[in-house]
Design a protein around this ligand. Structure first.
Ligand code: PHE
Length: 351
């Protein structure tokens, strides 16, 4: 094989390999195999020039150097071409189309029950009540016994209880609190001296068939005021003031006598039904009564005061328990309490 034809073969191979190099790695691979300092095929030829007899040196040297120059400029051209296609595909494939409409960022807001809770806490805060908290997983002695509902007392049926299955001394003693009233006892126990004026917000749980006005999870605010000379009129005054702040003064309010084992006397406060406006006939929301119960309240039972180490002949108190979902229903005229926890933004976005 003549030197010329072998150079021509190398040239063709090199140009074909360059044409099929399609990215930076391919180019680098090509450069190393032809121009690599160790084993590059063109490098080897260049090196061999020095060993040739003098009469061949000039001709072969010129041919190899010509090939070298040609391949080098082919390499640069290929590199440029690849760079240009890469740039072009960047502006078409991964392009940012600034003419497309943007994705709107939806602003969140507070859940209507949270809004109502905050408004209530603010109203009581302005009347001098401080906020306290208690656990959602509660001992039965706080949820029941401490508020005068011993085991087997029929009043336990008023709160269908979700129990924690763990047995302690062979008995289930922990539950999801059915109301915030255990905090009457907790706050009394940890407060060495009156006066006490607290509101305790929180979730409560009941094993209950749900309907338009009942949910198995509910939010309550417990109120407790204990001092010398606290009277029923103080309770009424505080609750009237709260109702005026939340609902405005044109709402009707009524107190009925009611029974809760931890208060004596006990009352229920109700407001005129927002659906039938107190008419009552065929109204599914107030079950025909014209009134919707919002809260239970009363004077703290003297036994609870004495058990906490106070002297009930000197110290008296009132307590109330507000159902916050009920308040939110009344304030916005919402017909079904289940909407609150249905997670439908179309409902929630209205408040
Ligand atoms: N804990 C009662 C309930 O959940 C409400 C209540 C609180 C009643 C305080 C009287 C006093 O039904």
């Amino acid at each position: 094989m003549s030197t010329e034809s072998s150079l021509e073969g190398l040239r063709e191979q090199a140009l074909a390999a360059l044409a099929s190099a399609s990215d930076e790695a391919g180019l680098e691979h090509w450069r190393i195999s032809f121009f690599g300092r160790q084993d590059g095929r063109v490098t080897a030829l260049l090196r061999s020039i020095g060993n040739l007899p003098n009469d061949e040196k000039a001709k072969f040297g010129a041919a190899v150097n010509g090939l070298k120059a040609e391949l080098e400029s082919a390499f640069e051209a290929r590199k440029d071409a690849l760079k240009r296609t890469a740039l072009a595909s960047l502006t078409t494939e991964a392009a940012l189309d600034v003419t497309l409409p943007g994705r709107p960022q939806v602003l969140g807001r507070l859940h209507p029950v949270t809004q109502t809770m905050r408004d209530c806490l603010k109203a009581f805060g302005d009347m001098g009540f401080r906020i306290a908290e208690g656990p959602e997983v509660e001992w039965d002695r706080y949820n029941f016994d401490g508020v005068r509902i011993p085991e087997d007392h029929p009043a336990r049926d008023m709160w269908d209880t979700i129990w924690v299955n763990t047995l302690i001394d062979g008995k289930r003693k922990m539950l999801l609190r059915t109301h915030t009233s255990p905090n009457q006892v907790r706050v009394l126990e940890r407060t060495p001296e009156p006066p006490i004026r607290v509101v305790v917000p929180g979730k409560c749980y009941r094993q209950e068939a749900t309907d338009a006005t009942h949910e198995w999870m509910l939010t309550q605010i417990e109120g407790l005021a204990v001092d010398e000379g606290v009277r029923m009129t103080d309770l009424k005054g505080v609750l009237y003031q709260w109702a005026r702040l939340i609902f405005g003064s044109d709402r009707k309010i009524i107190f009925h006598h009611s029974y809760f084992p931890f208060v004596e006397p006990g009352v229920e406060m109700a407001m005129d039904c927002f659906i039938c406006r107190g008419d009552g006939r065929d109204c599914g929301t107030c079950h025909g009564t014209g009134w919707i119960e919002i809260l239970g309240a009363g004077m703290v039972h003297p036994e609870i005061i004495d058990n906490a180490g106070y002297d009930s002949s000197k110290v008296t108190g009132f307590a109330f328990g507000i159902g916050v979902e009920r308040v939110a229903l009344l304030r916005w005229g919402i017909e079904d309490i289940r909407n609150f926890y249905g997670n439908d933004v179309r409902f929630l976005a209205q408040f």
